[in-house]
Ligand binder design. Structure first.
Ligand code: SF4
Length: 323
């Protein structure tokens, strides 16, 4: 599969202002590179505050980077202007975590979806009402929902409306930023299965962002693990779960509850030391070194590069870079 998105050494530092002076920087995303292949679901997982949502927003160009770039279909996203930018805005969409605040409470469902079509300046369907109703059917709603307001729906139904708005503009690449984390487990499963079915039908490419490892595993073909603004491991989904290489990935996986007490006890040994450091003042060298059970003196001095250890399996750790 060809890459549809190429992220190249992307950085986003947010200034910390005091009066008129910049007192420091929050290094939310700090030198991240990877590719996303056409038709795949690329999972992005990490603890809260690791920079994964900022990365998602950079890729859809809701934020401008501090440095580095993103290529979509071979074009530098941050240099797009005029018609090319409008086309990018149509092809690349985002579904947010909170279906309550992502829909305008004063607009009916028909207007919410129709507005998206008009805003992307596509050919307007001859019968807009029929078209919007057909999109609603794809997400498990019906024509009778067309002229209702968002407050009349449950959380799961609102997320379906948000997905309908995205589908209506015929995108190619969709960033799903924790799309089910505010929903009940049973509703979560319905939405995830629907997203999978839509991907098969339309050959969508997804960037699926979540802190929930089980959900990311279920959805993704490949997974990237993020820690404090950096990608520390990228591998096919099964490989990440069966043979994680990076100590942080191992620690992250050890947090999944296991019913067998023997296995659960052995995993307790993988607990990291201390609390995650601040992205304002990240540690030198490997950012995980103050918490890593396998750290050595080199880890505190030099940052390990992200290198391919096995086919399609990348790790940033001196345990592997020295081999
Ligand atoms: Fe641990 Fe060193 Fe690997 Fe970082 S580079 S994860 S500190 S062993």
């Amino acid at each position: 599969m060809d890459p549809i998105v190429v992220v190249d050494n992307l950085r986003k530092w947010f200034p910390i202002k005091k009066l008129f002076f910049t007192k420091g920087w929050v290094r939310a995303v700090d030198g991240v590179s990877f590719i996303i292949r056409e038709g795949e679901t690329f999972g992005l997982v990490g603890e809260s505050g690791c920079g994964k949502s900022t990365l998602g927003r950079l890729i859809v160009r809701l934020l401008e980077p501090t440095s580095g770039t993103v290529y979509f279909e071979g074009k530098d996203v941050f240099r797009l202007r005029g018609r090319e930018l409008k086309e990018f805005r149509r092809k690349v969409q985002i579904v947010f975590q909170d279906p309550y605040s992502s829909l305008n409470p004063r607009m009916m469902v028909f207007d919410i979806v129709a507005e998206a079509i008009k805003a992307t300046q596509q050919e307007i369907p001859e019968d807009m009402e029929d078209y919007v109703a057909s999109i609603l059917e794809k997400v498990g709603l019906s024509r009778e929902h067309l002229y209702r307001y968002p407050h009349e729906f449950s959380g799961g139904q609102r997320q379906r409306i948000a997905i309908a708005r995205v589908l209506a503009v015929r995108p190619k690449f969709i960033v799903l930023d924790e799309p089910t984390s505010s929903l009940d487990v049973s509703v979560q499963a319905q939405i995830l299965n629907m997203l999978k079915d839509l991907q098969k039908e339309h050959n969508f490419t997804y960037l699926f962002i979540s802190h929930d490892l089980a959900v990311v595993k279920y959805m993704s073909h490949r997974i990237a693990v993020m820690y404090l603004g950096k990608i520390v491991e990228i591998a096919p989904s099964d490989e990440i779960f069966e043979a994680p290489l990076h100590p942080y990935t191992q620690v992250l996986l050890s947090s999944i509850p296991i019913p067998d007490p023997k296995i659960a006890r052995s995993r307790m040994k993988l607990r990291p030391k201390g609390e995650p450091p601040s992205p304002i003042n990240p540690p030198p060298g490997c950012r995980f070194h103050p918490r890593c059970p396998q750290a050595c003196s080199l880890c505190a001095r030099e940052e390990p590069p992200l290198i391919e250890i096995e086919r399609d399996h990348y790790v940033a750790c001196w345990l592997y870079a020295r081999k």
